[in-house]
Every structure is written in structure tokens, then in C-alpha cells.
Design a protein around this ligand. Structure first.
Ligand code: HEC
Length: 115
């Protein structure tokens, strides 16, 4: 079967634009991810990292908390900066991850009587 060349180019460019996720850790592969892979998967799943959302200060608080209470080791300042930049860039706060409430006008009619 012959596949039109333009179609292949389209598929390839879609592939390149997608965010790359490392298969084994689930981490977004952008600058700093190797440091996070090296330091953040030893005690718990990377999923604990990738499911968290926080700004840089809160990520720092989480790291300090693990250092004070969970035996997390100290980092060289430049390594810590890379880790924090990576986390704050790729897993930033999301103000509201819940859907908005359903407006009353979209509720089923019989709900009026339930109150
Ligand atoms: C020395 C062990 C250790 C290492 C290494 C480690 N952590 Fe943790 N971390 C823990 C423990 C223990 C918990 C608590 C787990 C639980 O609540 O079940 C935790 C919890 C967390 C949580 C959840 C915090 C919360 O408030 O629920 C996040 C996010 C996290 N770690 C991120 C990281 C990141 C990012 C790194 C790398 C910089 C890292 N961890 C490296 C031990 C570690």
C-alpha cells in the first residue's frame, strides 16, 4: 500500500509536538527531568510526583519536609534549582481541577421537588 508522503509528514509533526513522557517513570521529558528521575523515585512511585501540582515555593516546602522527616538527602544547590525549575514548570498549580457546578437550568426537572 502506498501512503501519501504529506500524510506521513503530518503524522510525524503531530508526534513531535506532543509532550514526551518517559515510559518507565511517567515523567514529562523536559529539561531537568533526569535529575528528578535520579532523585525522586527511590522511596515512592513517580506517580506521587506527577500527580502533585504546586508552585516553586511549595515544591521547595515538600522537598524540605521530606528532608526533615523522611530521610531525603541534601542536594547541591544547582541540582536543587534544576529540580525545582523542572517541577514548577511542568507540574504548576492548577487553580481548579474540578468541573464547575452544574447550573440549575441544566439540572433534571424533577430535582425541584426533592428539596
Ligand atoms: C528518601 C526517600 C524519599 C525520596 C528520595 C523522595 N521522597 Fe517524596 N516522599 C517520601 C515519603 C516517605 C513521602 C510520604 C509518602 C506517603 O505519604 O505515603 C513522600 C511524599 C512525597 C509527595 C507527596 C507529598 C504530600 O503532601 O502528599 C511528593 C509530591 C513527593 N514526595 C515528591 C518528591 C520529589 C519531587 C522528590 C525528589 C526531589 C522526592 N519526593 C524524593 C520520601 C521520599
Amino acid at each position: 500500500m502506498r501512503v501519501p508522503f504529506g500524510f506521513v509528514v503530518l503524522l510525524l509533526s503531530a508526534e513531535l509536538n506532543a509532550t514526551d513522557i518517559d515510559n518507565s517513570s511517567g515523567l514529562i521529558m523536559s529539561p531537568g527531568w533526569e535529575q528528578v528521575r535520579a532523585h525522586c523515585g527511590g522511596c515512592h512511585s513517580y506517580a506521587l510526583v506527577t500527580s502533585q501540582r504546586a508552585d516553586r515555593n511549595t515544591w521547595l516546602d515538600i522537598i524540605r519536609w521530606m528532608q526533615e522527616t523522611q530521610n531525603l538527602w541534601q542536594f547541591q544547590p544547582e541540582v536543587e534549582a534544576k529540580i525545582l525549575d523542572y517541577l514548577a514548570t511542568n507540574y504548576p498549580p492548577q487553580p481548579n481541577r474540578r468541573r464547575a457546578p452544574i447550573p440549575p437550568s441544566l439540572m433534571p426537572r424533577n430535582m425541584d421537588k426533592v428539596q
